[in-house]
Each structure stands twice: as structure tokens, then as C-alpha cells.
Write a new protein. Structure first.
Length: 112
């Protein structure tokens, strides 16, 4: 199975998990010249920028361990464009990580 397909499967599982847990999905795969954000959702008035990490197993470490400082910087810069273009300056925001692996989903709120 190629990595792109694996990523799509992981994101589909993640979105379903978020919906079941009362998150309203605003965007999926929001992409700009600065980077991409996997899922943007709203939860109790908080705008959540969510990085989804899917692994078939934890053989090479936990999914969250694959998020580099460079990736975090790209997510933050991309979120600034989203906030600006959607006039969300007065909204509370957070950056979350949603791990999806063979054991299920693990949402890490305010991960960075």
C-alpha cells in the first residue's frame, strides 16, 4: 500500500473520530504556498488546527514523534493565513495532533 493511500485512510478515520466527538469539520487538507493543515475543526468555540499522523504500527515510534519543528512552523504559518482569510482574529485557537494507529485514535489537545 502506498503512503498517499495510507494517509488518506488515516485522515478518513481521523475525521470520523472527530465528528463522533462533536468537532465540526471546517476544512480538510487546507493547502497554501506555506504548507498544509490536515484538518481544521471547531470544538466549543475553539478553532483547532489538527495534524493527523497515521501509522500501521508503532514499530518505528509513536505517530506524534514524526512531527518535526519544521512541520510545526509550516502549520503555524499556514494557520495564520487561514485566520486572516476567515477573520478569526478574536477566536481561541489551538494546535492538536490526532494519532491514528492499530490501537485506535489518540487526540493530543494543545500539542504545540
Amino acid at each position: 500500500m502506498n503512503t498517499r493511500l495510507i494517509g488518506q485512510i488515516g485522515e478518513a478515520i481521523a475525521v470520523e473520530y472527530l465528528k463522533k466527538n462533536k468537532f465540526k469539520i471546517l476544512e480538510q487538507n487546507y493547502s497554501t504556498r506555506l504548507g498544509e493543515i490536515d484538518v481544521i475543526a471547531k470544538y466549543h468555540g475553539v478553532v483547532c488546527f489538527i495534524e493527523v499522523k497515521y501509522r500501521l504500527s508503532n514499530k518505528y515510534g509513536l505517530p506524534r514523534e514524526s512531527i518535526t519543528p519544521e512541520k510545526i512552523e509550516h502549520i503555524k504559518r499556514t494557520s495564520e493565513l487561514y485566520i486572516s482569510s476567515h477573520n478569526l482574529f478574536n477566536k481561541k485557537i489551538e494546535f492538536d495532533v490526532l494519532e491514528v494507529d492499530d490501537e485506535g485514535c489518540n487526540l493530543i489537545r494543545e500539542a504545540f
